[in-house]
Write a protein that binds this ligand. Structure first.
Ligand code: SF4
Length: 530
């Protein structure tokens, strides 16, 4: 059975207080699972999700299996907003699944929060959390409809897709898994279902007593296994293992299904691995204190900065980062160039999703909601400003203008990733192709558009070299357009493939390149965004 004490009536997507935040790539989701009977699994999951908050800030949820039932609690908001002592104390059991969500398929509504839940015909519960994005969602929806698989759901929405309630790719998988588990059990059903999924998926799911974890054959999104003294943990990032005191055991292999219960840990291969890890995890998505495929994210970012300085040197007085994600690359740039490093921008650490609709007056503040210049540091200086990426360019345009107004003599922008020219279908929400500034302009065009004195992006070769991954084992499709997993036309609709696109249609269309070059302090970033 499922108990969901949170309020499903709250279906409004949270409004961002900082419109310029929407000019950055949006993380996908964070997943966490723990099997540790006798431990406070809900609390462990809470702290695991807390460490993964950067991967999704729209919703959070935890399911707990106690041997006889599965309880799910989820709601819109940050992990610390959704859960308190009382709620966590009510979630008792030996196995838990946690999820922090940013919507990559399905809008940011309560119904789409995870873990998603289904009951099998025998009344057994199944809770599932998913990081990544499938690219055969339309096909899976048709299967769910054909098989009548959308069994018992907690969802209440009525999307216009002919499928009773599933509004996310994850929900479809949960429905199919619950249906197929009737005859063969969840483990066998998963081994048969997983090879039919296309796209990126790092999934954690459980019934009343067993924890499962699966990673797509390309291993696009990270997923790691950790050991507790009396149990096991799986998580999107190693940093989440650290925070709950779990030791890193290994990565879950691409094409591997793990099952953990009182019989121990079982591993099975459901597909041959063809590793294509997301290179953008190193640039921006993952925490700096995480290690992916044996390589420290922080060290990668510092190395990117060094290589960037070699590729695009600058005559300048001071290197400053755009905090926080630009910081390690700025340190590397300063080390390599010999130019002094300093903090010229102060970030408001508490800017996030506040659930407060910003007024038009507040929207006009744009970037100043997030970053404020240290005038005494900047005044009279030739600056190198290091940022992680440029998506639409509005943030950088606002930033350059703000730094000049604060007294900078010159502003040289250096970017720790190559130009983003293609959308991601594997779980990262960039702008639509038409909105990507580098899709419509060459480098000098982008430089002029953002108003910088000079501009340099790290080359793709150098980025990959900094990650220390073999070229043929990474996905870099948003930079080079080479998608390792083919994307059917109908799945190129993006996150609203299962829903009435409504406002999202505008950004979902991957139309021909058109450059949108509004001006101002980044406030215009909010226009036309889902
Ligand atoms: Fe990562 Fe870009 Fe590939 Fe998406 S397209 S998985 S963001 S490298």
């Amino acid at each position: 059975m499922v108990t969901d004490p949170s309020d499903p009536g709250n279906t409004d997507a949270a409004a961002p207080a900082d419109p310029t935040e929407q000019d950055t790539p949006r993380e996908e989701c964070g997943v966490f699972g723990v099997w540790a009977p006798g431990e406070e699994v809900a609390k462990l999951t809470f702290y695991g999700l807390f460490a993964l908050q950067h991967r999704g800030q729209e919703a959070a949820g935890i399911s707990v299996g106690d041997g006889s039932q599965v309880l799910v609690y989820k709601d819109l908001g940050l992990v610390s907003q959704v859960f308190d002592e009382q709620v966590l104390a009510s979630l008792r059991g030996g196995v838990a699944v946690g999820h922090t969500r940013y919507s990559t398929t399905g809008g940011g509504t309560w119904e789409n929060a995870q873990p998603t839940f289904r009951t099998t015909a025998q009344g057994s519960g199944l809770a599932l959390g998913h990081n990544g994005n499938l690219v055969n969602t339309a096909e899976l929806r048709d299967r769910v409809v054909a098989e009548g698989a959308d069994v018992v759901s907690t969802n209440t929405s009525s999307p216009a897709n002919g499928c009773d309630s599933a509004t996310t790719d994850s929900d479809l998988v949960c429905a199919l898994l619950a249906t197929h588990a009737v005859d063969k059990g969840i483990e066998q059903a998963a081994l048969e279902l997983l090879p039919t999924l296309r796209g990126a998926y790092s999934m954690v799911f459980s019934d009343e007593s067993t924890l499962y974890a699966a990673r797509d054959p390309y291993g696009v999104r990270p997923l790691v296994l950790g050991r507790l003294e009396r149990g096991w943990v799986v998580a999107s990032e190693t940093a989440a293992l650290d925070i709950v005191g779990a030791s890193f055991v290994r990565e879950i292999e691409p094409g591997e299904l793990l099952a953990i219960d009182s019989a121990g840990l079982r591993s099975a291969r459901f597909a041959n691995p063809t590793p294509k890890g997301c290179i953008f995890e190193y640039v921006y998505l993952a925490r700096p204190d995480t290690t992916i495929a044996g390589r420290s994210v922080h060290s990668t970012r510092v190395d990117i900065g060094r290589r960037l300085a070699a590729e695009y040197p600058a005559e300048a007085d001071l290197v400053i980062p755009v905090p926080e994600s630009g910081t390690p690359a700025a340190i590397g740039y300063a080390q390599e160039s010999g130019i002094s490093y300093g903090n010229g921008l102060v970030k408001n650490a508490y800017v996030g999703r506040t659930f407060i609709e910003p007024s038009q007056t507040i929207r006009q503040l744009g970037i100043r909601l997030k970053l404020n210049p240290l005038r005494e540091v900047i005044r009279g200086k030739r600056l190198v400003v290091v940022d992680d990426s440029i998506v639409r360019g509005n943030t950088q345009r606002a930033l350059v203008r703000m730094l000049r107004e604060a007294g900078a003599l010159e502003v040289h922008v250096r970017i720790a990733s190559p130009p983003v020219r293609w959308p991601c279908y594997y779980g990262i929400d960039f702008a639509s192709r038409a909105e990507l500034i580098a899709n419509g302009l060459d480098m000098d065009g982008v430089r002029r558009s953002i108003g910088a004195d000079s501009l340099g992006y790290i080359s793709l070769d150098s980025l990959i070299a900094a990650s220390e991954q073999p070229r043929n084992r990474v996905c870099a499709a948003c930079f080079d357009g080479e998608y390792p997993i083919p994307v059917p036309e109908e799945d190129r609709l993006g996150k609203y493939v299962l829903e009435d696109p409504g406002e999202g249609a505008e950004s979902a269309a991957a139309g021909p390149a058109e450059t949108v070059l509004p001006s101002g302090y980044g406030a215009e970033d909010a226009v036309g965004r889902p």
